[in-house]
Structure formats: C-alpha cells, structure tokens
Ligand binder design. Structure first.
Ligand code: SAH
Length: 353
C-alpha cells in the first residue's frame, strides 16, 4: 500500500518536472504523499532545474521594515492593529535612504520596503520615496511590500520607478481567508490587487504561510494551482509562527519539512521563479535558510532596517537577526550560503524569462 502511494508520488513529481502542471486533486495527493524520501526526490529535481536557470547564484534583497503601524487586524500577525503591546515606529524618508546607502555599499542591488498598512505611506509619499531611491541608485531595483492600494495608486508607484511588488495572497481559499482575517478584509480585493499589479507591469510576488491555522491539504493544493496559473515572478512562502499577543498565540507553527517540500514543488512548477528562503524558515530551524536553498529557493532577504527598530517589527515570536548590524547580517548569511555550495551575487537579480 505504502509502496503504491510512493510510486504515485514519484510519478506526480515526474509529471510536474516535465509539464510544470498538475490538477488540484493531484497537488493534494502530492502534499498528502509527503515523506522524507519523497521530499528528497523533489529537492533533487528542484535543485537540478534551478541550476539550469540560475547556476549557483543566490540573489540578496535588502529588507527595510519601514513601519510597524498597521490599520489591519490580520489574526496571525504580531503588528496587527489590536496588539496594544506592540511598540510602534515609522522610519523617516531620510532613515530609509540611509539604509539604502549602507545596503548599496554592502552589495545590495535590490531594496525591499516592507511595512504595515500605515496611512502615512500614502501613494503620494511612497512615490516621492521611490523617486528619491531610484535617482540615487539607478542601478538598483525597488520592491514594495506595503499591502493593498487601488489600481491607480499602484500605477503611480510603478510610474515613480518601483520595479516589483510583493503581496502574498495568504490563501487561495476564500473560506480559509476569512478565518485568518477580520470581516472588513476581502479575499476578492486581495486577489484583484495581485491581478492589477501584474497588469500594470510590476514583477509581482504572491505567497502564503505554511501551516497557518485552519489550512488543509486541500487549501494548499489550491494555493499551488493558483501559483501555477497566476505565474508570479516571485513567490514568498514561509512557516506560520505564532505570536504571543495575537488570537493565534497557541496555534502550532508550520514545519520546516513541509515548507521545504513546497519550495521544491513550486520550483518544479515555475523553474524561473524567484523563491526566497525566508526569515521565518530561519527562525523555526537554525539551518532553515540553508535547507530552503537546498530545496530549491534562490533568494535570501537579509535585514537592512536600523538596528534600533528591528526588535519592533515582530510579525511572529523569536524572530532571528533582530540584534545584529546589517554588515554582520550579510556576512553571516554569506557564510551560510557558501557552506552549502552556493554563492551570493551583487546583482539586481531580475527573473530570467
Ligand atoms: N502589510 C504588508 C506586508 C505584510 S508582512 C502586506 O499586507 O502585504 C509580510 C508577510 O508576513 C505577510 O504577508 C504574512 O504572510 C507574513 N506573516 C505575518 N504574520 C506571520 C506569522 N505570524 N508567521 C509567519 N509569517 C507571518
């Protein structure tokens, strides 16, 4: 019986490797068929296919956590509006430009501005900021990860020079979405935002948490099908990790094993996709990011935020890299990446089409 299941999973992986597509039912069977052995078969295929596109290169993105002020109340997130224990901050444009200067010297050619949905980050203010960064560092890409805006607002950000936008879809299942978010947030709007971003011409990233509360193999299979059909340029997946001051404080975290298996599957769906080994993965396991790379990821996003705000941008408990200087962070990560036979490159790291 077990042998039959394993044969079936191996067949599914072969199909995925050659045709980059499965049905939702097949994705579900693939996830259900997780075993260390099957994960290692998937990782071998993923690494092989990534090597043909990106060789041994791993791209780095300087992550600048611009504000932890948020109007939303996502039930999983440590910086949700209702968390009164969160010490709020907002970086000034000057502070953000300082981070970019430091990052540029350290070899970063992509800056990711991420934050809560802070009303001070109006489209107009974001455009001014992007314009300043792009005029000073025309050889760098700017990625925004600031949540939901109207299509007109996204267009203005694109016209101001922003290159990429990350907006995790969080889950491709409406009912599941509604269990993770309050009633005033809408699944349809989130998805519409992603389509708008893509239509405007952004390099667009979606993604989801592995092991989020109420997630099932079925919802994950839908996530994979959505990722297949939406065909994002980037895809951010990392384990859900509970935060002590949220309604999900005693929910279990997602696992390293399943996250790595999914990274391999996503690599097989889209050989060219930019796939980060996330900080959350590095948080649940001391070698999480290295293992993510070995499963098929090809991006890491070291923290470039000023040291004095790092321990305030806490989406989940026990987040790593909250104490070090940026220079230390990049050095540590460089060693980690090299220890598994890969190489960090100074490059914008655009998707190879
Ligand atoms: N406000 C922006 C950025 C959100 S933070 C936006 O709406 O897109 C970036 C990502 O962190 C989220 O999309 C979510 O998937 C992830 N995240 C939030 N809380 C988390 C938690 N408790 N564990 C793991 N990941 C989390």
């Amino acid at each position: 019986m077990e042998k039959d299941i394993n044969n079936h999973v191996t067949e599914l992986l072969d199909t995925l490797e050659s045709s980059h597509s499965l049905s939702v039912v097949e994705y579900k069977e693939l996830i259900e068929g997780y075993s260390p052995n099957n994960a290692s078969i998937a990782a071998d295929k993923a690494v092989k296919i990534r090597k043909t596109v990106y060789g041994n290169s791993v791209f780095i993105r300087g992550l600048i956590e611009v504000s932890n002020i948020c109007r939303n109340d996502c039930l999983y997130c440590g910086i949700r509006k209702s968390n009164t224990h969160c010490d709020r901050y907002r970086l000034t444009p000057m502070q953000i430009l300082d981070c970019c200067r430091e990052g540029y010297l350290l070899g970063f050619r992509t800056f990711v501005l991420q934050g809560g949905e802070d009303s001070q980050f109006s489209a107009k203010n974001i455009c001014e900021l992007v314009d300043k960064i792009k005029s000073k560092y025309p050889d760098c890409a700017v990625t925004l990860s600031l949540g939901e805006y109207s299509k007109t607002e996204y267009l203005s950000m694109f016209n101001a020079g922003a290159d990429r936008y990350l907006l995790r879809h969080e889950t491709a299942d409406k009912e599941h979405y509604e269990k993770l978010h309050p009633a005033n947030m809408s699944f349809e709007n989130r998805m519409q935002c992603l389509y708008n971003l893509k239509e405007i011409g952004f390099q667009t990233g979606c993604g989801f948490m592995v092991g989020s509360p109420y997630q099932t193999n079925e919802t994950m299979a839908k996530d994979l099908k959505f990722i297949e059909t939406f065909s994002p340029d980037m895809c951010g997946i990392g384990p859900f990790i509970p935060h002590k001051d949220t309604p999900f404080h005693d929910m279990p975290a997602g696992t390293l094993e399943l996250t790595c298996f999914l990274l391999s599957i996503i690599r097989l769906i889209h050989p060219n996709v930019l796939l980060p080994a996330t900080t959350a993965l590095g948080t649940i396991h001391p070698k999480g990011r290295e293992l993510g790379i070995l499963a098929g990821a090809n991006v890491v996003m070291p923290n470039l935020s000023p040291v004095n705000v790092r321990n305030k941008y806490l989406l989940y408990d026990n987040k790593i890299c909250t104490g070090e200087e940026s220079a230390q962070c990049i050095k540590c990560l460089k060693n980690r990446i090299e220890s598994v036979g890969y190489e960090i490159v100074t490059d914008r790291g655009d998707i190879k089409k």
